[in-house]
Every structure is written in C-alpha cells, then in structure tokens.
Design a protein around this ligand. Structure first.
Ligand code: M6R
Length: 598
C-alpha cells in the first residue's frame, strides 16, 4: 500500500542510487503502479526521476542505480488518489523547488485540498494525495519558517491515516511523520534512514526505532530527534536491535517467493511450536481468554480465515464461543454489543491493516477490555496497540499472497484451543512432518490438477464444518493468484441456489475431513448428478476417491490437522495454476501486501 524510504549520509555521492534501488526492491510488494526517486547534492540541487510502472521498469528507464547524491528518497505507489501516471508518481516537489517528499496511506480530504491549494495559487502537477502534503508544507514553511512547526501545522490540515517523509532541499535534515501508517527509523554508522517498512532498513542496520502514531522524527546523518506531532515536545527513545533475518529475502532455488514461502511452512511451524511453549504471552493469552466475558475476533482476508478456523477449534475442543467477523464489519456488526471485560482478538500478518486498526481503535475507545494481537511483524501498529502480542514467528513474508503466515496463524489457534482445555499439544509436533510429506508426495498430483483447472474462469471451493474457512481461503488464493472468479462456500449451502450454476464439467473443489464423510458424499453427489466435475482434497477414503474426478489425499491428517493440509494444498494449487497462466504470483495485479486504507 505504497512504501517509501529516505536516507541521509554525511558526504556520499556514488552508490546512493544503488541503495535507493535496493530499498525499492525491498518495498516492491507495497505497490507497483509507479516508482520514483529524488536525489540531492550539497549545493541544494535535486532531481526527481519517476514514472508509471514497477520499480524494475522505472529503475531501468532512469538508471536509478547510477544516481548519486548525499541524501535521497524512493517511493513505490499502489494507486488510490490519482491514476498510475508520471504526474501522480512520487516523490513530489513544491512550487518553488524547496521541499521534496513522499507518503504512504490516504489523505481523505484530498479533493478539498486540491481546490484550496489551487485557489491559493499552487501549481499542482497531478491529483495525488502525497502532492498535497508537499504544497501544504510549502505554505506552512512560508508562514513559520520552521520545518518542524510546518510539519505540525500540516498534520492539522490533512485527514486520514498516513506516514510521510519530506526534506527541505537546502538542508541536511530529513523529516518523517507517522499518523496511522507504519514508520521505522534505522540508525547506522555514518547514515540514518527512515522507511514505511522494516525490511528496507534491515539491509543497512539492525538498530531500529519504531516511530509511533502522532510522532515525527527529524534526522541528519548522525542525529535524530523524535517529537510529538501534537505539541512538538521531545520524546526519548533508544534504538532496539531487530533480529529479523534478511536472508529470507533471497529466492534460494525457488522460482517465486510464494513457492519458497509455502515450502518454508514446516520449519516456520516448528519455530512457532517452540515459541508458543516458552513465550509468556501465550500463557497469558490462555488466562485472558479464560477470564474474558465475551470474545470477539477480527482479521481481514487470509488472516480472517485463519481466525474463523480458530473459532471452530475453540468451539469443538473447548465448547467456547468466539464471535468472529471480518475486521471491516466489526463496528457495524458487534460495535453495539461489546462491553467492559470483553476480549478482542485481532489477527494480522502485517499488523498494519487499516480495517483491523479501525476495529481495535473502536474497541479500545468504547470499552475497558483487552486486545490480543496475533501478528507476524513485531514493531507494527497492532503489536504496539495490543495488550497481549502473540508472535507467529513466520519471519518475513515477501509474496503478496499470504501462505506460511496463514499456516502459523492456524497453528496459533490450534495451540490456544488445545492448551485452553489443558490438553497436551504433543500431537501438534507431528504437523511439520505431515506438511513436509504432503508437499513432497502431492506436489506432482497438485500439478496435474493445476493442468486440469488452468483454463477455468469460474469455480467453487466447498467445505463442511472446519473446512469451511479453508474453502474461503482457497477461493481467495485462486482469485488473487489466478485472477478468476472463485467462491468459497459452506458445502451444505451450495444447494440453496448456487447449484443452479453447475453445467457440464463445472469445476467444484471439495474439502473434507474424516468426520464428515457422509455429508460430503451427499454434497458431492449433488454436483455430480448435475454433471459437474469434482476435485476433492480429503484424508484417504476409497468411496470419496471413486466419486471424485480427481482426488488428492491428505495423508495421515486427523480431524484438526486436515484444514491445515488442505490449506497448504490449495496454496500450492493456486500457485501452480497462476504460474501456468503466466501470472507473477508474488505480485498479483491491483493488490498490495499491506492494505493501510479503508
Ligand atoms: O497483514 P494482514 O494479515 O492484516 O493482511 C490482511 C489481508 O490483506 C491479507 O491476508 C490478504 O487477504 C492476503 N494477501 C491474501 O493472500
């Protein structure tokens, strides 16, 4: 959802372009509609190179790597305000060529600002919300002559959730602001950098300072000051060492990050088991769940599906009800029901999803209850705002489609539900090997199924009971990676209307566990008798295999582990079909890894 990175050196000339380009590659999953850099020399000269296209395309066009300077900014855009075009690409400069900057997030009063700034005599080159920030800074600088004050005043004139970076052309200072969207500062010997994204900083330093909401940071190559956006007061915060492994960002022998991350799942699951058993937060989580009045759960997309599976685990293992809805629906659906003493479980890989943030903010404002964050990115907004943080320890996930993080989110819920009732979790130790065996044995079969399905434009994925969230997740992956219409449904619901869609060979993927055999056979027959084609993922069963057109066994899976294997099977299936159709699974069109807008 847009990403930026800015860096200040004392003197450096050569090499700046390479650093910016590398940061751009790290940020690439944040947006691929436009890309641009600004580079500055010590004589107050600057140049902006930007255009429509991916980081690779725009970098090739302008030879980013060859650019020099002592400070620079790069921005990658996922378009919301203004079409992807050169004019709307970032960074932007002001009318006088004195301020340059870029942002991430959404300035929701942009339309009003365009009118106001035009009336005030500004020459706007495009209609991008980031450009408005720079022109407001220009006005505020004219009024105050102090960049810090200009930032504080600018913040009162723009509405929305955002982070931005800006620099006066003739100063060696850079400023970065956080209000809603993520922002990190990296401290190294001889330079300081700021970015919307941790991983673009970790190439340079592991000394990280997360900047919190309503703060801004002013920095040169060797000094920084964090201040309140509300009143300018100073805030003391020291860097923390961040141990995220940047090696994860290499493809290794894989063709895409999505493939690599699917195959990393067993190891990440092992790491998760170790952490869950030792980490106090997991013990505290169980106590908190036990003491809560009502429990609510929110997440978006894949994270919501993992949470939905969690509600089945809690219900079936513990008889415990959790009210779950996708994050964007929380306020409307449960906002009037929540009470003091309730618990909100917020699930988010990035910890930055705006819909999740809205739900958490609303809950915290309205009631005196606890928020439990199930997050991958520690240091994210959710990790900071939650009372209890449950790390899913999947390490960096680069591919936009969530894969290994989904599996670990499911693992967190299986663990919590099992531990809640005081049951041992020994059987969970078998899961990584189960996944490994499944991937090894079934990759070829999934490849054959991918061949069968590769030209389909519509399909359904149906699951019963605990397979329902996986059906929704599988269908989401098909949409995201294959760009086709796919729908995940509860298998019993299919006969209440959707069955009318079925024509000769209409593809329906069924997901079954060993416990719903009779029900699933009945649902499969409803499709087969209408000449639909049935592809089934289930623990081996001769009868189900015989009535299916293609059968993928979930070998050795028990009832509670079947959804995890089916989930990974559908991830790999969508990946294989996507690649067969020439898609780049790591960067689905129109989508960004982190959705920081409403
Ligand atoms: O970072 P989050 O888990 O909060 O992201 C939520 C969704 O945007 C995300 O899971 C999305 O659905 C995935 N890209 C799908 O693969």
């Amino acid at each position: 959802m847009c990403g930026f990175f800015g860096i200040v050196f004392e003197e450096r000339n050569g090499g700046l372009g390479q650093i910016l380009n590398k940061a751009g590659e790290r940020l690439s999953y944040r947006g691929y509609d436009t890309a641009g850099i600004a580079v500055f020399d010590k004589n107050s000269n600057y140049k902006i190179f930007k255009d429509k296209g991916t980081i690779e395309e725009v970098s090739d066009e302008f030879k980013f790597k060859e650019k020099s300077g002592y400070k620079g900014i790069i921005q990658l855009r996922w378009a919301t305000f203004g079409a992807p075009s050169k004019e709307n690409a970032q960074p932007h400069d002001d009318c006088k060529g004195e301020i340059v900057g870029a942002h991430n997030g959404n300035i929701v009063n942009t339309h009003g600002l365009i009118k106001e700034l035009s009336e005030n005599g500004h020459t706007l080159k495009g209609v991008n919300d980031g450009e408005m920030i720079i022109h407001i800074l220009e006005e505020e600088m004219a009024g105050t002559g102090d960049f810090g004050k200009a930032i504080i005043n600018t913040n009162t004139r723009i509405n929305g959730d955002y982070a931005f970076i800006a620099t006066p052309v003739s100063s060696d200072k850079m400023y970065a602001v956080k209000k809603g969207s993520s922002l990190f500062l990296g401290i190294a010997d001889g330079y300081i950098c700021a970015s919307s994204d941790l991983i673009s900083i970790l190439d340079h330093t592991d000394k990280i300072i997360p900047i919190l909401d309503n703060e801004y940071v002013e920095f040169t190559y060797d000094k920084y000051e964090i201040k309140s956006l509300l009143n300018g007061s100073k805030i003391e915060r020291k860097p923390e060492i961040n141990n995220l492994n940047v090696e994860e960002i290499k493809l290794g022998g894989y063709s895409h990050f999505m493939e690599k991350e699917i195959f990393e799942s067993p190891q990440k699951f092992r790491n998760l088991l170790d952490v869950m058993e030792k980490h106090d937060a997991y013990k505290e989580a169980i106590k908190t769940i036990r003491n809560a009045n009502n429990i609510y759960l929110v997440g978006s997309g894949t994270s919501y599906h993992a949470g939905r599976l969690g509600t089945y685990y809690f219900s079936k293992i513990d008889g415990l009800n959790i009210n779950a809805t996708f994050a964007a629906d929380f306020i409307e659906r449960y906002g009037h029901c929540i009470k003091d003493g309730d618990l909100l479980i917020a699930v988010s890989q990035s910890g930055e999803t705006k819909d999740v943030k809205n739900a958490v903010d609303y809950f915290k404002k309205k009631v005196n209850g606890k928020v439990m964050g199930v997050v991958n990115v520690l240091g994210s907004t959710l990790a900071y705002n939650a009372d209890i943080v449950l790390p899913i320890v999947s390490d960096i996930e680069i591919s936009v489609p969530a894969t290994k993080t989904f599996i670990n989110q499911c693992g967190v819920f299986l663990y919590l539900a099992t531990a809640y009732s005081g049951k041992g979790i020994d059987r969970m130790r078998e899961i990584p090997a189960l996944i490994e065996d499944f991937l090894r044995k079934e990759k070829e079969h999934l490849g054959k199924l991918a061949e069968i399905l590769k030209n389909e434009r519509d399909l359904h994925v149906l699951g019963y009971g605990i397979m329902y969230p996986i059906a929704m997740e599988g269908a989401l992956k098909m949409k995201e990676v294959m760009y086709i219409h796919s729908e995940g449904m509860y298998s019993s619901e299919f006969k209440h209307g959707p069955l009318a869609i079925v024509y000769d060979n209409y593809p329906v993927i069924f997901l079954a566990t060993s416990e719903d055999k009779d029900m699933i056979i009945s649902h499969i027959n409803e499709v087969k008798t209408r000449m639909g084609s049935v592809y089934t993922l289930a623990p081996y069963d001769k009868e189900i295999e015989e009535i299916s057109d293609y059968f993928i066994p979930l070998d050795n899976a028990e009832y509670f582990t079947s959804p995890i294997l089916a989930g990974i099977g559908l991830q790999l299936l969508s990946y294989l079909i996507g690649v067969k159709n020439g898609r780049n699974p790591d960067r689905p069109r129109n989508i960004s890894k982190t959705i920081t807008v409403d």
